[in-house]
Each structure stands twice: as C-alpha cells, then as structure tokens.
Design a protein around this ligand. Structure first.
Ligand code: SAJ
Length: 441
C-alpha cells in the first residue's frame, strides 16, 4: 500500500468535511440523533437522517419536531432549506461522506449488552457505504466496542482503518430536558482508531459543536462516557444509602444534603429519590461491569450502587405502610394516588422508572392505585394498562395516600399538600412546608 494511496481517501474526505460540502448521515433519529442531525445541518452540511421508524421519518420530513430538546424553528429551517431529510432507505448511505450511529444500547433480559441495534446499523453501513468514508459510533457501549466489534467487520471486507474506512467513537452527552446545555454547547469527546480517523472525526464535529475534545483512542472515548455515567449511578447510590441511614438515625437526609451542599469545594450534591430511572444511568455502568467480568475483574462500586438503587422502590412502599399505619389503615384496600411516573421531572420517558415498580408493589399488596403524569398518558404495570387521571384536589382528598414520585414543575405543591390526607414525598418537593401529613424519604 503506497503512502500516496493511503492518503487518497483521507485528503479527499478531509477536504469535503473542511469545506462543509460533505453530505453526512445520522443513523437513529431519537433524542440523540435528531438534535445532532439538526446541528450538523445548521453547520452547513447536507444531512440524511436514517431511521427504521416510518413515523419518525415522516414527521421529520414534514419538519414536525418530536424531540423536546430540538428548537422547532431550527428544525423547520433545515428541513425547508433542504439541508436535512430523513429516510428509511439505507441505500442512501451510498451518498454520504460520514455517518454517525446514534442507536439504542439497552441491556438484554440477562443484563448483558444488547448490541443488536448497533449490529443492524453496521450491517447497513457495510452494505451501502462506499470506501473512504468516516463512521462514528455515538451509542454508549462497553469499552472496546469500536475496535473489537466494529473494526473487524470492516476488515472482513478488506478495508483498513485509516484508509478504506475511518472509524471513531464520540459519546453522546444529551441531558433530556436540560435547557442550558444542548448539542452545540456541550463539549464533544472524540477518539479514533487511528490518528487520521481522529482527525476526520474532529473535522466533522468541529463545525457543529463549539468544543471538541480529542482523546488518544476510541476505547478511551468509550471509557470517558462510562466514567461519566458510572459517576452518577454510584453517587446516587451513595446518597440513597445515606437516606436509608438517616432514616434509622431519625435525621432528615434532605437537611443533611442541603447543609453539606454549602461546602464550596470538594462536594457535589446528589439527592435521594425513589430509585434510578432512565435508559442511561441504570444501564450504561453495566456495560462496563460486563466487560470487566470478561477480564476477570469485578466492578464492585457499580454492583453495590445497583443493589442500593434497586432497593429504593421498596423503601418508598415501606413509607406508605408507615403513613397508613398512623390512620390504622392497611395498604390492602387503600386508594393510593401516585403523582408523576416519568423517570425524572419534566420528561415523558418511563424507561426504568422506579414509579413502575412502586405501583407494582402497591398493587401486589392490594392497593387500588391511580396516577397522574401530564407527560405520560399511559403505562403498563404487570401487563395491565393504567391511564393518567386528570388531577383534581377532590381525587386527592378521596385517596388514603398521595405518593409523589416525579416532581414535575407544573404541580401545585401547596394545593397538593393541603388536599392530601397523607403525602409521601420522595423528592423533597415540599421543602420548606411543615405539615404533619407529609412523610419524606
Ligand atoms: N437521580 C437521583 N438523584 C440525583 C440525580 C438523579 O435520584 O441526584 C435520578 C433521576 O431521578 C433519574 C436518574 O437518577 O431517575 C438519572 O437521572 P440523570 O439526572 O442522570 O438524568 P438522565 O439519565 O436523563 O441523563 C443523564 C445525563 N444527566 C446529567 O448529566 C444531569 C447525562 O449523565 C447523560 O448525558 C445522559 O444521562 C446519558 O444519555 O447518558
């Protein structure tokens, strides 16, 4: 392979990316891929979004935004000016200079990495992407995925990283509902399989993101993301264990956290809650512990945090028992109203939401459970559908217990406190209110 030959693809692709003339692809038009596609289009690239979901593709091509964190005006503009279009036809990968893979990486039933979505995307890329293009994996995955899982698939067709294909990893850092930090102003870590791979990936993202942070390898970039999310899972596990300890000590964990938070250095505030929800924080660290098990190492903090966090829904139910006991009521036969079922405030996602387990536990003990969540019209618990009930204070007055799981900012806490016979507050949403009908974690 002559040096000149090796740089042919590289220099041509570098020029197209640098000039903004490149046509770029994004596979997966969800809460990560759609905002990325819009920012790449706003940066001047022509963007093709790929998704298997016909509904997403149709909405996207009509300029109908379906991801809260995307600015509707920005989205409509890039659709109208032709900078962005969506398709289910992966053959269009034949026309792109780079492709970013933004597909889900859930855990399987046995809590092992489910690589099926990444695999399906790579299958399409192998079939349609011409030689000399850039492939960036964004999906959160175990360290080594890009080098050990993706690269061999390309090498099997005789392509070499840094020549016939340029491979990189760049973790997504989307915080759903965060109005301060979005795709453009959140620093973007990038790691390449080779130096040229890195250089081209930096070139691609530098137009769309204010700050690009190159690291020395794709595996390093994969590990950066897992550190970020493991950091959160472990610290949330720590503060939840603090809540369990404070409960036994008769001390308010909320007061302890607030006071500790006054330390101006060396402390970062996390809050106890009903459990660990979302499709990232409860999931991503297990990609790391799974990989380390293969290397005969046990990631103890990850497993311990998971133990504590998974104990919290049961702890919430114990507080319901404690509260009903005051009124000589049992959970069995009681009417319980749950406020908020999404995994965190002001989002509509219920994946891994602790509310689902709290409701399941209460129903299993004979409670009649209703819920309200303005962001979640319906859920399924134990195979049975439940629909969000319009919240009225009469409904709360008629219930034996109100359980606050998700502190959506739209809730009127004064009315809720005054209308609830008993209020189990798992988020300290009623902070500053002293009423003897409130029980906090
Ligand atoms: N939670 C607590 N106590 C806390 C913080 C969070 O109980 O102090 C709970 C939340 O209620 C939620 C879960 O933990 O159920 C996860 O919350 P999160 O704030 O980590 O939110 P996610 O999972 O939507 O987004 C996180 C991002 N969040 C932040 O950095 C604030 C970020 O780590 C990642 O970009 C994202 O996961 C991801 O996609 O990996």
């Amino acid at each position: 392979m002559t040096p000149g030959h090796m740089s042919d693809h590289y220099s041509a692709l570098h020029a197209r990316l640098a000039s903004g003339q490149a046509q770029v692809g994004v596979i997966g038009l969800g809460y990560v891929g759609l905002p990325l596609a819009v920012e790449l289009a706003r940066a001047g690239y022509t963007v093709i979004g790929f998704d298997v979901d016909a509904g997403k593709v149709a909405s996207a091509n009509r300029g109908e935004n379906y991801v809260r964190d995307v600015d509707p005006g920005d989205f409509a503009t890039v659709v109208e000016n032709g900078r962005f279009r969506a398709t289910q036809d992966f053959a269009d990968l034949g026309a792109v200079d780079s492709v970013s893979i933004c597909v889900p990486t859930p855990l399987s039933k046995t809590r092992d990495p489910d690589m099926s979505f990444i695999n399906a995307a790579v299958d399409e890329i192998l079939q349609y992407l011409p030689a000399g293009r850039l492939v960036v994996l964004e999906s959160t995955t175990y360290p080594g995925t890009t080098k050990e899982f993706l690269l061999p698939r390309f090498e099997a067709k005789g392509w070499h990283a840094g020549d016939e294909v340029f491979l990189a990893f760049s973790p997504e850092r989307v915080d759903p509902g965060n109005s301060a930090y979005k795709t453009r102003n959140t620093p973007k870590v990038v790691g390449g399989v080779t130096a040229r791979c890195l250089d081209l990936a930096v070139q691609l993202y530098s137009r769309a993101v204010d700050c690009v942070v190159p690291v020395s390898s794709a595996t390093t970039a994969e590990m950066v993301k897992l550190l970020e999310n493991t950091f959160r899972a472990v610290n949330i596990g720590l503060i939840n264990e603090m809540a369990l300890m404070c409960d036994r000590l008769g001390v308010s964990v909320w007061e302890v956290v607030e006071a500790a938070g006054t330390k101006p250095f060396g402390f970062m505030k996390f809050k106890p809650g009903p459990g660990l929800g979302g499709h990232c924080i409860p999931v991503d660290p297990h990609y790391l512990s799974w990989k380390l098990r293969l290397l005969k190492y046990r990631a103890r903090f990850i497993e311990l945090a998971a133990d504590v966090n998974s104990e919290m829904p049961g702890y919430v139910v114990s507080k319901v028992f404690e509260g009903l006991n005051r009124f000589h009521r049992s959970v069995n036969g009681s009417q319980i109203f749950v406020l908020g079922v999404a995994y965190k405030r002001d989002v509509g996602d219920v994946r891994e939401s602790p509310a689902l387990e709290v409701i399941e536990l209460l129903q299993a003990r004979g409670a009649d459970v209703m819920y309200n969540d303005p962001f979640v019209p319906a859920i399924v618990v134990n195979g049975r559908p439940l629909h969000s009930i319009d919240l009225t204070m009469d409904l709360l007055r008629g219930s034996d217990c109100t359980v606050l799981i998700t502190d959506h900012t739209c809730y009127d806490w004064d009315s809720i406190v005054s209308s609830s016979r008993l209020l189990i507050d798992t988020r300290n949403a009623t902070a500053g209110r002293t009423a003897d009908n409130i029980i906090k974690l």
